[in-house]
Every structure is written in C-alpha cells, then in structure tokens.
Write a protein that binds this ligand. Structure first.
Ligand SMILES: *[C@@H]1O[C@H](CO)[C@@H](O)[C@H](O)[C@H]1NC(C)=O
Ligand SMILES: *[C@@H]1O[C@H](CO)[C@@H](O)[C@H](O)[C@H]1NC(C)=O
Ligand SMILES: *[C@@H]1O[C@H](CO)[C@@H](O)[C@H](O)[C@H]1NC(C)=O
Ligand SMILES: *[C@@H]1O[C@H](CO)[C@@H](O)[C@H](O)[C@H]1NC(C)=O
Ligand SMILES: *[C@@H]1O[C@H](CO)[C@@H](O)[C@H](O)[C@H]1NC(C)=O
Ligand SMILES: *[C@@H]1O[C@H](CO)[C@@H](O)[C@H](O)[C@H]1NC(C)=O
Ligand SMILES: *[C@@H]1O[C@H](CO)[C@@H](O)[C@H](O)[C@H]1NC(C)=O
Ligand SMILES: *[C@@H]1O[C@H](CO)[C@@H](O)[C@H](O)[C@H]1NC(C)=O
Ligand SMILES: *[C@@H]1O[C@H](CO)[C@@H](O)[C@H](O)[C@H]1NC(C)=O
Ligand SMILES: *[C@@H]1O[C@H](CO)[C@@H](O)[C@H](O)[C@H]1NC(C)=O
Length: 393
C-alpha cells in the first residue's frame, strides 16, 4: 500500500558525515586457508558494485597483490589474514554497498562515510549491537531497513531529525522461512517525536520496545499509512492523537500491554482497513467504553478487526450492523462478552472469519449464522449457547 516515488528511490544521498557500523566480534572464525579467498572475493565483489571511483581509491585493488595492503584495508595481525577494518571515507565513491561485505567475518570497523553511495539496506544481515545514535546525522535518508538483525538497545531519538524518511522498518522478518533472528530493541518511541511527515510506514514489530506511546505520537505522523507495533511491550493507553494520523490504513498494536478504554478516534480514520488490537488489556465496561465501536462504523473500508484477548465486557452493541460490509475478519474471542449475539451481525455478509469463542454468550445461535454465506472459519466454542431450537444452515 505504500507509494514509492521513483525519483526519490533513484536519488543519491550523501552519507554524511559519518556512517560507522561496528560489527560484532568475538564469535567469528576466520578461514584457516592462509590466502583467505573468501575475503579476497568479498572485496572484489565490493569493488564490482562501485560505479564511480574518481580518486582511484580502489585502483590498487587487483588480483596481482594480496588484499591486505590494498588501500583502505587493514588485516588482522595474526595469520590467517582477515579483513579487520575497511576505511574509505571521503572518496566520492558511488554505487551500492555490496552485500558481500557481510562475508567479511573479521570486520569490526567499517567506515564508508562521506561518499555518494545510495541504498542503505542493512536488513537480514545479522548485525549485532545498537543502532548508532549518530544515525540522525543521515539527514537525506529516505528508507531505514534494519529488520532481521540482532539489534538491541533503544531507537535513537535522532531518527526524528531525519525529515526525508518514508519507511522505518526494524521488524523481524519471518517471511522467508529462515529461522528469524529477532531484533531486541528496548526503550520506547522517542518521547517527543518530531515532524515525521514523510513517513509512510513504521514497522517495529517483534522487538522488546516498551513504555507508553507518546501522547503526541499521532500528530507527528500525518501521512503514515502502515503502523506495525505488534509483539512488543508497549504499555499505557492508545494515544488519542492517533486520530490525527489520518492516512492510516493498517494499525497493528497486537500483543502488547496496552490498557484502558479504546479511544473514540477511529471514526476519523476514514481509510482504515486493518485494526488489530488483540492480546492487550483493553477494556470496555460501559457504554462510554463501547463508543469506539460505534465510531468504527465510519470506517467504510474496514476489512479486518481484531479485538480478541482483551477485557471487553457486556453485550455487543447493535451498531455492529453498521460496520463496513467489507469486513472479512471479526475477532472478538477471549473477552467477557455475554448476552445475545445481535441478529444484525448477519448483515456482515463479507465475513470470512468470525470468532466469538471463549466468552459468555447465551441463548440460541440465531438465523444470522445462515446469512454469513462467505464464512470459512466460525469459532463459537466455550460459550453458553443453547441448541434448543432448530439450527440449520
Ligand atoms: C595501495 O594504495 C595505498 C594508498 O596509496 C598504499 O598505501 C598501498 O601500499 C598500496 N598497495 C599496493 C599493493 O600497491
Ligand atoms: C558469502 O559467501 C558465501 C560462501 O562463500 C557465498 O555463497 C555467498 O554468495 C556470499 N555472499 C555474498 C553476498 O557475497
Ligand atoms: C550471527 O552472529 C552470531 C554472533 O554474532 C553468530 O553466532 C551466528 O552464527 C551468526 N549467524 C549467521 C547466520 O551468520
Ligand atoms: C536534532 O537536530 C537538532 C538541530 O540540528 C539538534 O539540536 C538536536 O540535538 C538533534 N536531536 C537529536 C536527538 O539528535
Ligand atoms: C533482550 O534484551 C534484554 C535486555 O537487554 C535481555 O534481558 C534479553 O535477554 C534480550 N533477549 C534476547 C532474546 O536477546
Ligand atoms: C512538517 O514537515 C513538512 C514537510 O517538511 C511541512 O510541510 C510541515 O509544515 C511540517 N509540519 C510541522 C507541524 O512542522
Ligand atoms: C489533533 O490535531 C489538532 C489540530 O492540529 C490538534 O488541535 C489536536 O490537539 C490534536 N489531537 C490530539 C489528541 O493531539
Ligand atoms: C464520521 O465521519 C464524519 C464525516 O467524515 C465525521 O463528521 C464524524 O465526526 C465521524 N465520526 C466519528 C465518530 O469520528
Ligand atoms: C470494499 O472491497 C472491495 C473489494 O475489495 C473494494 O473494491 C471496495 O473499494 C471496498 N469498499 C470500500 C468502501 O473500501
Ligand atoms: C446504522 O446507521 C443508520 C444510518 O446511519 C442509522 O440510522 C442507524 O441508527 C444505525 N444503527 C445502529 C444500530 O447504530
């Protein structure tokens, strides 16, 4: 759902003035081959991706000599030789930074600052350590993709100073079937997020982030479309300012420790497609607590609504009938709902999945169930439904 801007993607940015990444050292083994052909080929692959080298910084990187004396390269003192440092700042090198650098298993200092590299995909690289606080100095950065690493520590507040950022993705990647290597970021979202008006997507799911979401958070992200914060340790309330993030289509706060009432703000998010608040401690105890549900009837594109495993109490409001007919997933299981399931739920004919299990619903299962002709999953287990009358599909 994100719109990429081709000219922005092609745009070169100066990595300035410092990009210093420390790779984890210690648990790595250098090749026992004295020539260490892996480092040799990794460096040549790095050179291959350089499209412009106006100073000839890599001119003596040739197969005629061992790689250790190559310009910018420092090797370990003890054999077998292994690239320990690669330092090439201020050389006006252009092109992309080759992923082959990931094979330099002894590397502990990489300084490619003040060049003309573009692209900064450092995702799925087994990077360890913290995100360098000075990343905020990369003021032209448009995408920060660090998912699938072993990063820990806090998200540097300086990220808020990068006004061009359109995507921050620090998510654990589980899509490729590999054993996921999680990031383990702690801390929270910077207390006073500055103007992130370029940001379209923020993925921080599957980390260890905590604290409350800053109350003004939503005001800093007016154009954000996708916000994925699931599987962290966020606490406190859902900030009402999220109602000002009017570009939101996907909002996922699942599996955190968020509490309190669900604010009555979603009616302002007319483009909302996915709202996933499951596995929190959100509560609805009275009609005020259920007002959010009425507000959701404004979201005419709402397709997935997950409120399961919270502390919603009472009867389902009859306004359920006015939820979007585009709704395909409605998950309300594992709450404290009781009473009769409103028959008007039968109007939600687009439903593919309906989960009402582990509540205290009573009475018979009404005719509504027969109207939901697109259902593929229906979970009604662990309630007090009675099967007294005829029940036919
Ligand atoms: C490569 O260039 C660097 C910098 O000029 C120099 O220090 C180094 O000795 C050169 N290495 C070889 C093998 O020529
Ligand atoms: C890293 O090394 C492995 C084994 O030599 C090789 O298969 C792989 O292509 C290398 N990766 C990169 C990005 O060069
Ligand atoms: C990732 O790094 C850790 C330690 O830094 C190491 O034990 C592990 O083997 C690495 N994994 C891969 C896939 O390189
Ligand atoms: C953000 O930029 C301002 C102005 O350049 C600077 O004063 C501030 O320290 C920066 N904040 C962080 C967290 O880097
Ligand atoms: C994540 O970080 C916390 C605090 O630094 C630490 O206690 C915990 O063991 C880490 N978890 C993993 C999976 O590395
Ligand atoms: C945020 O930045 C955008 C573009 O840089 C600007 O148009 C907008 O006025 C700024 N908003 C605030 C509240 O500073
Ligand atoms: C939403 O934005 C308006 C206009 O900028 C502002 O007055 C209001 O305080 C914001 N709401 C919240 C809850 O921050
Ligand atoms: C629903 O949308 C209308 C029109 O956009 C707006 O005036 C109203 O305030 C919204 N309702 C809620 C509860 O947000
Ligand atoms: C409902 O879903 C259909 C099919 O996905 C889509 O074409 C239509 O625009 C959606 N309606 C709204 C109001 O979003
Ligand atoms: C559903 O919406 C209609 C039209 O806006 C309104 O008249 C009706 O009262 C609503 N029903 C419920 C149960 O909220």
């Amino acid at each position: 759902m994100r719109h990429s801007n081709p000219s922005a993607e092609l745009a070169m940015f100066m990595v300035s003035p410092l990009l210093l990444l420390r790779y984890g050292v210690g648990n790595v083994h250098c090749s026992t081959d004295h020539e260490n052909s892996e480092d040799f080929h990794s460096l040549l692959d790095f050179k291959k991706d350089i499209t412009d080298d106006p100073n000839g910084a890599l001119s003596n990187w040739t197969s005629k000599t061992h790689f250790c004396p190559w310009n910018g390269v420092t090797c370990t003192l003890r054999p077998p030789s292994c690239v320990k440092e690669l330092i090439l700042p201020g050389q006006n090198l252009a092109g992309q930074i080759s992923p082959s650098l990931g094979n330099l298993t002894c590397l502990n200092l990489l300084d490619l600052s003040t060049n003309n590299f573009h692209g900064l995909g450092l995702y799925e690289n087994n990077l360890t350590g913290v995100i360098p606080p000075r990343i905020g100095l990369l003021t032209k950065l448009e995408e920060l993709l660090l998912y699938g690493n072993n990063l820990y520590g806090v998200i540097p507040p300086g990220i808020g100073n990068i006004t061009c950022l359109s995507i921050i993705d620090l998510l654990e990647n589980q899509l490729d079937g590999a054993i996921p290597s999680k990031n383990n970021l702690t801390g929270g979202i910077p207390r006073t997020p500055s103007n992130l008006s370029s940001l379209l997507e923020l993925s921080l799911a599957f980390n260890n982030l905590g604290n409350t979401l800053p109350s003004s958070f939503g005001n800093a992200i007016p154009n954000l479309q996708n916000l994925y914060l699931g599987y962290n340790s966020f606490e406190g309330h859902i900030p009402a300012s999220l109602g000002n993030a009017s570009g939101l289509t996907d909002l996922v706060l699942s599996a955190n420790n968020i509490m309190g009432q669900i604010p009555n703000i979603f009616g302002k998010l007319s483009g909302l497609c996915l709202l996933n608040l499951e596995q929190n401690m959100l509560e609805a105890r009275d009609s005020a607590g259920w007002e959010f549900f009425d507000a959701l009837t404004n979201c005419s594109s709402l397709s997935e609504l997950a409120l399961d495993a919270n502390n919603l109490q009472g009867v389902i409001p009859t306004s359920i009938a006015n939820l979007s007919t585009n709704l395909t997933y409605l998950l309300l299981s594992e709450n404290h709902l009781y009473g009769i399931v409103p028959s008007s739920i039968g109007k939600l004919n687009g439903l593919i999945s309906l989960s009402l299990g582990y509540n205290s619903f009573t009475a018979t299962i009404g005719e509504w169930v027969g109207k939901l002709t697109n259902l593929q999953n229906l979970i009604l287990t662990d309630n007090y439904f009675v099967a007294r009358e005829t029940f036919s599909l």
